[in-house]
Design a protein around this ligand. Structure first.
Ligand code: TRP
Length: 351
């Protein structure tokens, strides 16, 4: 993406934040995750709690469990049903309220998926191939490019547009998706809608939370065992943080370039306390890695205590989780059905 595009998106994000503060009820957000395993503290700090805050402010929330996306880069689906229910458990524990918000599984809404067909007619192979997320996922999957992975930006466009969401909370790295969705909406309106605004162009609400790394200072990944899961116990959390890599300097300072591992631990503590990493570093002074780790363990365990208690309780009732998901699926289906009907009408395919 060019700097101009990023600047424009940043400007729209700021305007949207101002509008949410004034008239939250006029906005609808769509966001979601892949059910690949348990959520971790990175998810909590960067997305989960801001979604709940938006919901609580009065923004209408659609939260998608992107189960079909799991097979874009994996050979098998694995424990997809368990993972889906675990994801739902974390949403509910974090405060997503199924009475106000719609939580649903992607695969359960056929009308949403049908939108992919007309949308595919609006994009070129070259456009899809140069999408940065498609490129990254392709490199990470170490498999040949599947049709599903190639068309990934189009499914995401359908995810966002089926409910005509005008807000998509994202990290900066996800911006190209929202841009692609804007292009799909614009082209649909001009090509099939004769200029009428069938689909609004959504705005990316850009999240500034700094990326949280694993306890070894590398990208969080289950296979590396460097991830602090929301479902982890306090003892598991402590053991993982104790293993974290730091350096031999006693004086704790926040220097992300020179001391990335120490900076990452400070960022985590900052996320859970709301204090700046610099002020936490100053307070720790020459306490060294051990004092820093104690602080990080305490802030994570305190910050997640309510979440973990609720999570445990909710996870016990699988039947109720399924019921909540089915109700969300039905709500999403009703919305998708309305949109597909409108699409059929504007495309003169309403038989
Ligand atoms: N791709 C997202 C992830 O990897 C999940 C997702 C699917 C999504 N569709 C979306 C996020 C639409 C935002 C908007 O977790």
């Amino acid at each position: 993406m060019t700097t101009t595009t990023v600047d424009a998106a940043t400007g729209r994000s700021r305007e949207m934040a101002a509008s949410i503060a004034q008239v939250p009820g006029r906005h609808r957000m769509l966001t979601g995750d892949r059910p690949t395993g348990d959520l971790h503290i990175g998810h909590y700090l960067s997305s989960l709690r801001s979604r709940v805050a938006l919901q609580d402010r009065g923004v209408e929330a659609f939260v998608l469990i992107a189960d079909y996306q799991v097979i874009t880069d994996r050979a098998s689906v694995g424990q997809i049903k368990d993972n889906t229910l675990s994801l739902l458990t974390d949403y509910l524990a974090a405060g997503i309220d199924p009475e106000r918000s719609t939580v649903f599984a992607h695969s359960a809404v056929p009308q949403l998926n049908q939108l992919i067909l007309p949308f595919l007619s609006l994009v070129t192979q070259a456009e899809l191939q140069r999408n940065p997320t498609v490129k990254d996922e392709l490199a990470a999957s170490r498999r040949p490019l599947s049709g599903l992975l190639l068309t990934y930006p189009v499914h995401q466009a359908a995810d966002i547009l089926f409910c005509k969401a005008d807000i998509v909370p994202v990290g900066k790295d996800q911006l190209p998706h929202v841009e692609q969705t804007r292009v799909v909406a614009r082209r649909f309106n001009s090509r099939y809608g004769a200029g009428a605004e069938v689909f609004p162009e959504p705005t990316a609400l850009i999240n500034d939370q700094q990326l949280i790394l694993g306890v070894d200072g590398l990208k969080m990944s289950k296979s590396r065992g460097n991830v602090i899961r929301l479902a982890a116990t306090e003892d598991e959390t402590a053991a993982l943080v104790r293993k974290a890599r730091t350096d031999s300097e006693h004086e704790i300072t926040y220097e992300p370039e020179r001391r990335p591992e120490v900076a990452n631990l400070l960022t985590i503590a900052s996320g859970f306390t709301g204090r700046s990493p610099e002020s936490l570093a100053e307070e720790l002074g020459d306490g060294g890695g051990s004092a820093l780790k104690t602080l990080v363990i305490d802030t994570i365990n305190e910050g997640l205590r309510v979440h973990r208690d609720r999570r445990q309780l909710i996870a016990q009732d699988r039947a109720q989780l399924l019921q909540i998901l089915r109700a969300g699926n039905a709500k999403a289906e009703a919305v998708a059905d309305k949109t597909l009907t409108e699409v059929r009408q504007v495309m003169a395919m309403d038989y």
